[in-house]
Design a protein around this ligand. Structure first.
Ligand code: LMR
Length: 398
């Protein structure tokens, strides 16, 4: 039977990580997959996570199934983390959270729930968007379309083009927004631009769908949720999918959440029960461990403070790297002004160099960035930043 299957190419992001491991280049640097590294090149377990895990080992006395929707402490903790205290309370009756296997699981679960509600739904993505958005959402049967977002000449958002495109999206369509730290470009909207976007969504009857995978890595935990909070405050239906991979450092634990905000309590119950039924048909329920850690942290004031401090430290470290990288790169070549990188947020920026040069960086210098020229700022360190900027300058100056 399996003779009918074609061998598939590796994933453009995760596959490059595997290719990196095989490379025997003596100076190789992996700036492909979005993983945070300290200055010594390590991706440490957060102290708050270690403490929560220890607490769980000490306290847990059973591995019996939990409720399909997820660990109650996780569900409440994520509801509040995403919406903020006030909105979390005021929307409690017409919203629900499900614990999911990672942000991908949240996207897929939300997509399937949307498909159950409206099999003809169209989801609009920014151009560009994270490479896995298309396969994840199209696999659920939804139709996809694109709105302009990034201006390759400025390295920032082409806001006028974006807004004009949103103005003509038909009512009832879903629009996927990166709540903060846009992946792959790092180009984010300001608060007043978000206000305008939500004005259009309200006027047009659009359903915003926020993907928030880097909360706390842009400006702050609260500022990074601004977009989804004003949407949730003003609009009848909003979807939010969150990942705990980056801001809790739980990558391999596959921990995420899907939040549905509905018109009323009855519709919220319908969205939740449909999501639970979809889980049952696929993987029955999310694994517990990662959600258990997040729930333990977010339900304990001391651990929450410890965790928030760690997120602030990471965010500052990546911002410093952006500045240092840009200063070095601008001083080493004059072909391109990279100052836009200091205005981008989160882990990523496009270098905006030719594909041929990106491939040369990989083959000749062992520097792995994506073909789109997306570079993971958080993979830079004092040990490699000179080598990386020298190499990019050398390639550009050739
Ligand atoms: C990335 O964009 O590098 C991360 O979100 C990891 C992934 O799954 O692609």
């Amino acid at each position: 039977m399996f003779e009918t299957l074609k061998i598939l190419p590796p994933d453009p992001i995760l596959g490059l990580g595997q290719e990196f491991l095989k490379s025997d280049h003596p100076n190789k640097v992996n700036l492909s997959v979005g993983v945070y590294k300290t200055d010594t090149g390590n991706t440490p377990i957060f102290k708050a996570v270690k403490a929560a895990e220890q607490h769980m080992i000490d306290e847990q006395d059973s591995k019996v199934y939990i409720a399909q929707q997820g660990d109650p402490k996780f569900l409440q903790g994520m509801h509040t983390l995403l919406l903020g205290e006030e909105l979390s309370k005021s929307l409690a009756d017409r919203s629900s959270v499900c614990m999911t296997p990672g942000g991908c699981g949240a996207l897929r679960l939300a997509a399937e729930t949307v498909f159950n509600a409206n099999p003809n739904a169209t989801v609009w993505f920014s151009t560009p968007t994270w490479g896995n958005h298309f396969p994840l959402i199209e696999s659920a049967g939804l139709i996809t379309a694109e709105y302009p977002y990034y201006d390759h000449t400025t390295g920032l958002v082409d806001f006028d083009a974006m807004l004009a495109a949103l103005e003509i999206i038909p009512a009832g369509d879903l629009v996927l927004f990166h709540a903060c730290c846009h992946n792959p470009t790092g180009a984010d909207l300001s608060k007043s631009q978000w206000d305008q976007v939500i004005d259009v969504a309200e006027r047009q009857g659009l359903i915003p769908w926020f993907d928030i995978a880097y909360q706390g890595f842009g400006k702050s935990l609260d500022d990074d949720a601004y977009s989804l909070r004003i949407a949730a405050e003003r609009l009848p239906e909003v979807i939010v999918v969150a990942s705990c991979s980056k801001n809790f450092g739980l990558y391999r634990e596959r921990t995420g959440a899907a939040l549905f905000i509905n018109k009323n309590a009855k519709q919220a119950e319908a969205a939740k029960t449909n999501a639970i039924s979809l889980m049952r048909k696929s993987y029955s329920m999310s694994p517990f461990h990662g959600g258990g850690i997040v729930g333990t942290i977010l339900s304990d004031a001391g651990l929450t403070t410890m965790w928030k401090d760690e997120v602030i430290e990471i965010c500052a470290h990546v911002q410093n790297l952006r500045q240092e990288f840009t200063d070095k790169l601008n001083s080493k070549q004059s072909k391109k002004d990279f100052s836009f990188i200091t205005q981008n947020q989160g882990m990523f920026s496009f270098l905006g160099i030719e594909l041929e040069d990106a491939l040369k960086l990989r083959s000749e210098y062992g520097i792995y960035i994506l073909n789109s020229t997306r570079l993971n700022m958080a993979g830079l360190s004092s040990a490699n930043i000179d080598y990386v900027t020298d190499s990019i300058a050398a390639v550009l100056n050739q």
